[in-house]
Design a protein around this ligand. Structure first.
Ligand SMILES: C[S@@+](CC[C@H](N)C(=O)[O-])C[C@H]1O[C@@H](n2cnc3c(N)ncnc32)[C@H](O)[C@@H]1O
Length: 260
C-alpha cells in the first residue's frame, strides 16, 4: 500500500516541461533556490544581464508596466512577488506614483537590494516581506496590482499552483489585476521538444555558445517546473478572475494577466 502510494506520487509529479523526467523530489528544494538567489543579487540588479536567457525580457517588462499603467493610472497599492532586486517595481515607478509598494522575496539579500533601489526613487511607503509566497501573510483585498515576474515557475505540484493563484486573487481588490511574466512550457511533448530543445536551444546557442545553452538547460532542469500558458490562463479563470489578457508569447516565455 505504502509502496503503491509512493509510486503514484512519483508518477504524477513529473516535470511538465517534459524536457526531462525529474520528479519534484529531484528538483531544487526551496532552501536550495533561496541560497542560489542569495548569491546572485548583482546579476539580478540589472535586467539586461539578470534575465539574459529570457527571450524578449525588456519587452515583457515594458508590456506589463504599460498594462498596469493603462488599467490603474491612479497607481494604488502595488505588490511585487519574487521581486528579486526590484526590476519590475522600478520600471513601474517610471510610469506612475503608487500609494505603496510591497516587495516579497525568499532571498533576504535580494529583498534588501530591492528595498534600497526602490527607496531611492519612491518617497512613499515601501514594505518588505521576507519569505515564501506560499507561506507569507499578506492582507486580503488590499492590492490594486500584483506583479509576479520569473518566480511562479518555482512552484511544483498542482496544489501549489491552485493555492498560490487563489491566494493572489484574494489579495487583490475588486477590479485589481495580477500580471505574470514567466517561463512556460507547451502541452504536447513533441511541441515542447520542438520549442524548447529546438528553437529555444538555438536562441541560447546563438546568444553565446552551445556550452551556455547546456548550462541554462541544466539549470532549468534542476530548478524550474513551469506550466503551460493554457494551464495558467485556465487557472486564473478557475480561481475567479473575470477577464484574462495575453500580452506576449515568444518561444518559452509569456506575459499575461487576470483582472478581478
Ligand atoms: C529570476 S528572479 C526574478 C526577480 C525579479 N522578479 C525580476 O524579474 O527581475 C526570481 C526571484 O524569485 C524569488 N523566489 C523564488 N521562489 C520564491 C517563492 N516561493 N516565494 C518568494 N520568492 C521566491 C527568488 O529569490 C528570486 O529573487
Amino acid at each position: 500500500m505504502i509502496f503503491l502510494r509512493y509510486y503514484c506520487v512519483r508518477y504524477v509529479c513529473r516535470d511538465h516541461t517534459q524536457n526531462n523526467m525529474k520528479t519534484w523530489n529531484e528538483k531544487s528544494s526551496t532552501e536550495e533556490i533561496r541560497r542560489r538567489f542569495d548569491a546572485d543579487v548583482e546579476r539580478f540588479s540589472n535586467l539586461e544581464t539578470g534575465q539574459q536567457s529570457t527571450v524578449d525580457a525588456p519587452l515583457h517588462l515594458q508590456l506589463i508596466v504599460d498594462a498596469i499603467a493603462c488599467l490603474h493610472p491612479q497607481g494604488g497599492h502595488v505588490l511585487d512577488i519574487g521581486c528579486g532586486a526590484g526590476n519590475y517595481t522600478l520600471k513601474l515607478l517610471e510610469k506612475m506614483v503608487p500609494a505603496s509598494c510591497t516587495l516579497v522575496d525568499l532571498s533576504a539579500p535580494m529583498l534588501e537590494r530591492a528595498a534600497e533601489r526602490v527607496g531611492k526613487v519612491f518617497l512613499g511607503a515601501v514594505k518588505t516581506v521576507h519569505g515564501d509566497i506560499r507561506e507569507v501573510l499578506l492582507p486580503e483585498g488590499r492590492y490594486d496590482t500584483i506583479m509576479a515576474a520569473a518566480v511562479l515557475h518555482h512552484l511544483r505540484g498542482d496544489n501549489d499552483w491552485d493555492a498560490v493563484f487563489g491566494k493572489l486573487f484574494r489579495l487583490l481588490k475588486p477590479g485589481g489585476s495580477l500580471w505574470i511574466s514567466d517561463l512556460i512550457c507547451q502541452e504536447q511533448k513533441a511541441v515542447q521538444d520542438m520549442m524548447f530543445n529546438g528553437h529555444y536551444g538555438n536562441y541560447l546557442a546563438a546568444l553565446k555558445d552551445s556550452s551556455y545553452k547546456e548550462a541554462v538547460f541544466a539549470y532549468i532542469d534542476k530548478e524550474d517546473s513551469p506550466r503551460s500558458l493554457n494551464f495558467q490562463l485556465r487557472l486564473l479563470e478557475k480561481v475567479g478572475f473575470s477577464s484574462v489578457e495575453i500580452l506576449h508569447k515568444h518561444l518559452c516565455f509569456a506575459s499575461f494577466g487576470g483582472i478581478k
